[in-house]
Design a protein around this ligand. Structure first.
Ligand code: SF4
Length: 372
């Protein structure tokens, strides 16, 4: 079935919708010429809907404590080899201030599911960051109740990242024993209902995952009408039950990125750090087959090496400033340019051509700024 969508400059393009069978065929395709044509087409679709700009978002990984025990994750509570840390609220604010100084207009506050931070304190932090730094704020702090999501939204959080990791309920159950697939999807629905710009995503190459299951992941991206989709390869961590299982495949990950771009069209898709970890040119390759966002690490250097969802992560020894410059050089070498705007979803009713509202300053003070 064909459908028509408008590009950023108002042109219309007619494209075929993908069926699950067609997605599986592409995921099983290994002919280099055909795979290369898929990547070129995805790059064309990215350019048509998103333009040539690459949006940057600074990630602040503020705590590596987690109450859950996902089998693939180095932050899992059973990993007693990991040095744990928690940044104080003032430290988090200062990291965000440094990111702002480096011209980031959006930051992602990310952690394991760590109950040590109260909802009230996090709301105060979000509110202060909005008021003093005029940043777009994304939270990536896991599954919460509807009321908690609402409090963060009321405090000024703009976006929320919650990857579903896999759309296979049985695989989900095996890999995420403390959670259920239904709860995960319910959280994503709540976030939508509350007006967040919602990001989700998957992991490619999980043990037991099939091409059919990956095709369903891509169709779920579309069905959820996501604003951002994070796609990364599975990288086995030595201190988890999945140690020694095979690494996710780069080409398969790039195919999922390309197909996600072609199916969802005007969604932000990052070239993830995980893609850059399994191949030194992984992020450049992702940017050339559908990705349009890069998320440099803005975590203070002393904490970075301990945020080990997977091992051998790149850029651990770089300062936030070096990461910023390095990414700028990488993007320029591809003939693209960094934009340091808010990078809002293009699906937002108030978005301009670059997805930007004029300001992310809060419209009113709901409660006084006080950092504990
Ligand atoms: S994937 Fe998330 S919830 Fe699961 S153990 Fe890692 S940090 Fe915790």
């Amino acid at each position: 079935m064909a459908e028509q969508l408008r590009s950023r400059d108002g042109q219309q393009e007619k494209r075929q919708r993908f069926t699950k069978v067609e997605l599986v065929e592409w995921l099983n395709e290994h002919n280099p010429d055909k795979v290369s044509s898929l990547f070129q087409e995805a790059d064309h679709v990215r350019k048509f809907y998103m333009g040539g700009e690459v949006h940057i978002r600074g990630i602040i990984e503020f705590s590596n404590h987690c109450r859950k025990d996902c089998l693939y994750c180095g932050l899992r509570k059973s990993n007693d080899q990991l040095v744990r840390y928690r940044m104080g609220l003032e430290e988090i604010f200062q990291a965000a201030q440094e990111a702002r100084r480096l011209d980031f207009r959006t930051v992602v506050l990310q952690s394991g599911e760590d109950p040590a931070y109260s909802v009230g304190d996090l709301c105060i932090l979000v509110k202060r960051m909005k008021k003093e730094l005029n940043l777009a704020i994304t939270l990536g702090i896991g599954e919460r109740s509807f009321e908690e999501y609402k409090k963060f939204k009321d405090a000024g959080a703009d976006r929320y990242l919650l990857k579903f990791e896999t759309s296979s309920p049985s695989l989900f159950k095996r890999l995420k024993p403390d959670s259920t697939y239904a709860e995960r999807l319910r959280c994503l629905e709540w976030l939508k209902e509350l007006g967040y710009q919602v990001g989700s995503g998957n992991i490619v190459g999980l043990p037991g995952q099939t091409s059919e299951s990956l095709a369903e992941d891509i169709l779920l991206f579309k069905a959820l009408d996501l604003d951002m989709i994070g796609i990364g390869p599975f990288i086995p961590h030595p201190n988890t039950p999945l140690a020694g299982t095979p690494l996710g495949d780069l080409e398969q990950t790039l195919k999922v990125i390309a197909l996600a771009r072609m199916v969802t069209r005007n969604t932000h898709i990052p070239a993830t750090t995980a893609v850059g970890t399994i191949d030194p040119a992984g992020r450049q390759k992702a940017l050339q087959c559908g990705a349009n966002v890069i998320m440099p690490n803005a975590t203070p250097k002393e904490f970075r090496k301990h945020y080990q969802i997977y091992p051998n992560k790149i850029c651990l020894d770089e300062s936030p400033q070096n990461c910023r410059f390095c990414i700028e050089a990488m993007v320029t070498s591809l003939g693209r340019k960094i934009v340091s705007g808010f990078g809002d979803t293009l699906k937002h009713p108030h978005s301009g051509p670059l997805g930007d509202r004029k300001s992310h300053l809060p419209r009113e003070d709901i409660f006084p700024i006080k950092i504990v």
